[in-house]
Design a protein around this ligand. Structure first.
Ligand code: PHE
Ligand code: FE
Length: 282
């Protein structure tokens, strides 16, 4: 690409997104003028559909932040979100061309920076996309970063990622991210609610995750999560349920080094496995 304009539409190499003008930490400037009317319109339709679906299905922490965010006019500007986010939890969004290498991602989280993908999905991906795009990141992830406990958990996860990378333990640690940050459920006095970004940005799974009789809903168990494979191409077959965000933070506080050593000896568990020791949510 040499036109001097960011390219949020097509990919010019293997990875989707424009990686030709990024900094060493994979960040770029959001080129706001590169979004056309079609892309803002697609955002608005995604937003309007999903904002109707989250009340009563997302946790309150998520909803109160979501409703304060400047999302109703088109693809948001990073600056407009960073001002309130910085005030709330000292997190900051940085723009990235798409997926970034593991270690780069962890370093950002460890420094309270959340990488948000610039580009928006194509029309044929309107209801399901396997990669993060600007809608998934802003709508799914960003509201939870306003919660102080969850925000601290995300930073701790980033630090844990740097460490797991060095220990060759990413296959286990990444399952924790998947089953909490992306697909986590929380039990509240009002009933089950979603806090996982993968669920909250999905029109179908947002209802399925909390009410379908099909998936297993297992009470949060760190070791069980780390043993469990997952699928990226269907709704989840197993969800893990917490009672409070503090529980996430507390359960992940201990040094994982010996846990990883144990996990090296244990077989993985299938995404739809039923283990006798599972404590199910009734
Ligand atoms: N306590 C973990 C470790 O020592 C780090 C971590 C914290 C990982 C929070 C995930 C979430 O590796
Ligand atoms: Fe995500």
């Amino acid at each position: 690409m040499s036109t001097g304009q960011a390219n949020y539409g097509q990919s010019t190499h293997g990875l989707r997104g424009d990686y030709s003008r990024m900094r060493a930490d994979y960040t770029v400037e959001q080129d706001y003028s590169a979004y056309g009317p079609e892309q803002h319109d697609r955002w608005l339709r995604l937003y309007k559909r999903q904002i109707e679906l989250v009340p009563g299905r997302a946790c309150d922490e998520y909803l109160s932040a979501l409703h304060s965010l400047p999302y109703a006019k088109g693809i948001p500007r990073f600056d407009a979100v960073n001002a309130p986010l910085g005030k709330a939890t000292r997190w900051r969004l940085v723009a990235v061309p798409g997926l970034v290498p593991d270690l780069v991602f962890f370093e950002h989280l460890a420094n309270r920076r959340f990488p948000v993908t610039c580009w928006i999905r194509e029309e044929h991906e309107f209801s399901y996309i396997v990669e993060p795009d600007v809608f998934h990141d802003f709508f799914g992830h960003v509201p939870m970063l306003f919660d102080p406990v969850f925000a601290d958990y995300m930073q701790a996860y980033g630090r844990g990622g740097v460490k797991a990378h060095a220990l060759g333990a990413l296959q286990w640690l990444s399952r924790l991210y998947w089953y909490t940050v992306e697909f986590g459920l929380i039990r509240t006095a009002q009933g089950l609610r979603n806090y996982g970004a993968g669920i909250l940005s999905s029109p179908g799974e947002v209802e399925y995750a909390i009410s379908s009789p099909k998936p297993r809903r297992v009470l949060f168990d760190l070791r069980r999560i780390m043993r469990s494979r997952y699928r990226i191409d269907t709704y989840q077959e197993t969800y893990f349920v917490i009672d409070a965000f503090q529980q996430l933070f507390d359960a992940t506080e201990p040094d994982f080094t010996s846990l990883y050593d144990e996990l090296r000896q244990l077989p993985d568990v299938a995404a739809d496995a039923a283990l006798p020791e599972d404590r199910l949510v009734s």
